[in-house]
Write a protein that binds this ligand. Structure first.
Ligand SMILES: Cc1cc2nc3c(=O)[nH]c(=O)nc-3n(C[C@H](O)[C@H](O)[C@H](O)COP(=O)(O)O)c2cc1C
Length: 148
């Protein structure tokens, strides 16, 4: 049985593309050794990440990710048992969005703040964050050029 987990967070401080790339490269190396796959979306000051793999590995990894000082307000959107990995073959795939998506991150940051203040327990708010992140991604999916 696998677990797939999704969260959003915000940058703790400004991050360059190279900073994000460094996170991804380290994640790819480590995830490959623990059987975890997933994707990381970075836009505006927002991260959204999906990690999936053996339940214990995902749980332990998420504990480390939450404690990482490079981001804050880590809001768990969903954690579920799944039969198979949807990001199989991607030890960690980075999807970077364009400038328009960065502008759209503004309202999302407000929601993340609100969710963080409420301890991430407001289910409606979590669903709104989820919807808004996927919408931002979905509208751009045709222009995405994922690498790595
Ligand atoms: C947004 C974000 C996503 C991350 N994703 C992963 C990941 O998928 N896999 C991973 O091993 N580390 C990831 N990290 C890095 C971990 O938080 C942590 O730095 C790394 O696992 C090393 O942990 P350690 O210092 O406890 O050894 C991520 C960090 C951030 C800020």
């Amino acid at each position: 049985m696998l677990t797939r987990l999704k969260y959003v967070s915000r940058f703790a401080r400004p991050m360059s593309p190279a900073d994000v790339q460094a996170i991804v490269e380290a994640a790819q190396r480590h995830n490959a050794t623990i059987g975890v796959t997933g994707m990381l979306l970075a836009f505006g000051e927002v991260f959204m990440q999906v990690i999936e793999g053996p339940t214990e590995a995902v749980r332990a990894l998420f504990g480390r990710i939450v404690a990482d000082p490079r981001h804050r307000d880590v809001i768990l959107i969903r954690s579920q048992r799944v039969d198979r990995a949807i990001f199989a073959g991607w030890s960690m795939r980075l999807l970077e969005l364009d400038a328009a998506a960065r502008r759209e991150a503004g309202p999302l940051l407000v929601l993340i703040d609100a969710a963080s203040r409420g301890g991430g327990r407001d289910a409606d708010l979590l669903r709104d964050i989820d919807d808004m992140t996927w919408r931002t991604l979905g509208e751009r999916v045709v222009t995405l050029r994922p690498t790595g």
